[in-house]
Design a protein around this ligand. Structure first.
Ligand SMILES: Cc1ncc(COP(=O)(O)O)c(C=O)c1O
Length: 301
């Protein structure tokens, strides 16, 4: 269950958590036409709390909103201030922040034009999303949303029904998480995570033609570059992934989650491999504020 904090920022003001309510006829609730982000904050070794790459998340949020032609009445910087205020007012240390922009009550019919737009930011303590250890993946029978049917770079609420279906199916089969293929049957991504494989010490990940440009994905690619690990963005078949030396998922919620099994096939010796381990340790140093690269990515509140 979600652990409530005290305040939610809604349309410009902080209101008590339990008062942040909407009408059942809110437009986005019916048709999925809202947009959202997931951002983490960390208690760093400096004793201060920092948001991880909030500028990139807000930029993506505003991009998603523009895809749905939302006229957001707040600027990028005002939203960053609202994130900071929400984390501060709730005295959140290690947690998750959820900005959501949606069409509210006042209009029915598919086109949201004319419905009032609402912007809110909630946050709460949230530990590791997929557990602390290695996980088992199920290749979904559902294909990932296709770039020709929607804008896959927008985090639109309705897109996540595809993720929910894949997640329910993988849970039904007793797996920890799903992995979806693209329209051509190659590896795409998880329901809310990007995927990487390691082969002969090099990193491979699907290109953003078919997957979300994850901010954690980008962090890992920059880190790999720094650590002289070659990175290739290219097509990966399900067989190639199953034969990889190491596989891991990345995402704001999942952070870096090593994979030990895909559809009953063991990956490596089912332990965290050396490349995943070194990337994960470097990532931990960054979010703790101890790594030199933290200065680029941590935003102290
Ligand atoms: C479909 C999908 N892929 C990948 C990711 C990982 O992206 P990020 O690292 O920016 O959280 C997410 C999470 O936002 C997602 O929803």
């Amino acid at each position: 269950m979600i652990e409530p904090t005290k305040y939610i920022w809604m349309d410009g003001e902080s209101i008590p958590w339990e008062k942040a309510k909407i009408h059942v006829l809110s437009h986005s609730l019916h048709y999925g036409g809202g947009v959202f982000e997931g951002i983490r904050c960390y208690q760093t070794a400096k004793g201060r709390v920092a948001l991880f790459r909030p500028r990139e998340h807000i930029k993506r949020l505003l991009y998603s909103a523009s895809v749905l032609k939302m006229e957001v009445p707040y600027t990028h910087d005002e939203l960053i201030d609202a994130l900071t205020l929400t984390v501060q007012r709730n005295a959140l240390k290690n947690g998750y922040i959820r900005p959501l922009i949606f069409y509210g009550y006042g209009k029915m019919g598919l086109l949201p034009t004319g419905a009032p737009l609402h912007v809110c930011i909630a946050c709460w303590p949230w530990g590791s999303y997929l557990g602390e250890e290695t996980i088992r993946l199920h290749i979904s029978s559902y294909r990932r949303i296709h770039p020709q049917t929607t804008d896959i770079q927008a985090k639109i609420c309705g897109h996540y029904t595809n993720s929910i279906l894949a997640g329910l199916e993988s849970a039904h089969h007793g797996y920890d998480e799903a992995l979806l293929l693209d329209g051509e049957g190659n590896i795409a991504e998880g329901p809310g995570e990007n995927v990487f494989m390691v082969r002969n010490g090099e990193l491979f990940t699907p290109s953003t033609k078919t997957v979300l440009k994850g901010i954690t994905r980008d962090t890992i690619m920059q880190l790999a570059d720094e650590m002289n690990i070659p990175v290739h963005e290219q097509t990966i078949t399900p067989d190639e992934l199953k034969q990889a030396d190491e596989v891991f998922l990345t995402g704001t919620a999942a952070e870096i989650t090593p994979v030990r099994v895909i559809d009953k096939v063991s990956i490596g010796n089912e332990n965290i491999g050396p490349v995943t381990h070194s990337l994960k340790s470097r990532f931990t140093g960054i979010i703790n504020g101890e790594d030199i690269l933290s200065t680029n990515w941590l935003y102290y509140v």
